[in-house]
Write a new protein. Structure first.
Length: 252
């Protein structure tokens, strides 16, 4: 029987941009960047950059093991809202992905239609990306557990925030396209037909599919229920909290 690791904690870091003067935030953000670079180097060609300007404004969702020296990140991903992009005058991340990839004119039009509708109707919309599990974790029960926990975190955070729509990009070789489609995501469509995979420029030509979700699958909702306790006990770093509440948690 698989046992959940001791001192496991879900940590949420909201907008490092708004908290960057806090030394604890600087340390945690540095760990996030290091995890992503190390993780992507194990999977993609040398030179692929898993970090960009959106990391400074995103909400980062982490699964950490608390140690005396501070949290060790086991897994993480980030979400960026359309409203955050507008605040900082940054392009929506999905558009950046498509604009940097050849042969995606139809994809860009389909995604722009979603953005225009959400902006017009003031419908909250997120873009999820940069999912990374520590390369130190081998295949097996712990890695499978972290995948399920990520699903629970994604579903719980979106439902709790009242966000009805989301977009992400799934890679065919690493099978994240299958992972997200099992959660209820579907390929972008043009004239009622799903759009095909494309060579993602930012990943040096890796085949990918741009996906859109308006309803989570029953399996995704069930995982959110299963891990509700860990989610409710999460530790949140937020500029909305007083500085004393944003000290890095440490193991007893």
């Amino acid at each position: 029987m698989f046992l959940i690791p001791k001192n496991l904690r879900v940590i949420v870091l909201e907008s490092p941009y708004d908290q960057i003067q806090n030394p604890g935030i600087q340390a945690l953000f540095g760990k996030i960047v290091a995890l992503k670079i190390e993780g992507y180097r194990r999977v993609y060609p040398d030179g692929v950059l898993p970090v960009d300007s959106h990391d400074f404004i995103a909400t980062h969702y982490l699964v950490c093991e608390e140690k005396p020296s501070g949290p060790e990140i086991l897994m993480g991903y980030k979400n960026v809202t359309l409203s955050q992009c507008l605040r900082h005058r940054l392009a929506y991340p999905g558009l950046n992905v498509l604009r940097g990839s050849e042969g995606t004119e139809a994809h860009q039009q389909a995604l722009q239609a979603i953005l225009d509708r959400c902006s017009r109707d003031r419908t909250p919309l997120t873009y999820g990306s940069s999912w990374t599990i520590s390369p130190a974790i081998p295949k097996g029960e712990l890695k499978d557990f972290l995948k399920d926990l990520m699903t629970a975190m994604l579903v719980s955070s979106e439902l709790e925030a009242g966000i009805p729509e989301r977009v992400s990009c799934g890679g065919l070789r690493v099978k994240t396209d299958q992972y997200f489609q099992a959660l209820g995501y579907r390929p972008l469509e043009s004239r009622g037909a799903p759009l095909p995979p494309f060579a993602q420029g930012s990943l040096f030509g890796e085949q990918a599919i741009m996906l859109h979700c308006t309803r989570f699958s029953d399996r995704a909702l069930a995982l959110a229920d299963r891990f509700a306790g860990l989610w409710q006990e999460r530790f949140v770093f937020s500029a909305k909290k007083p500085p004393a509440a944003t000290a890095l948690p440490k193991a007893a």
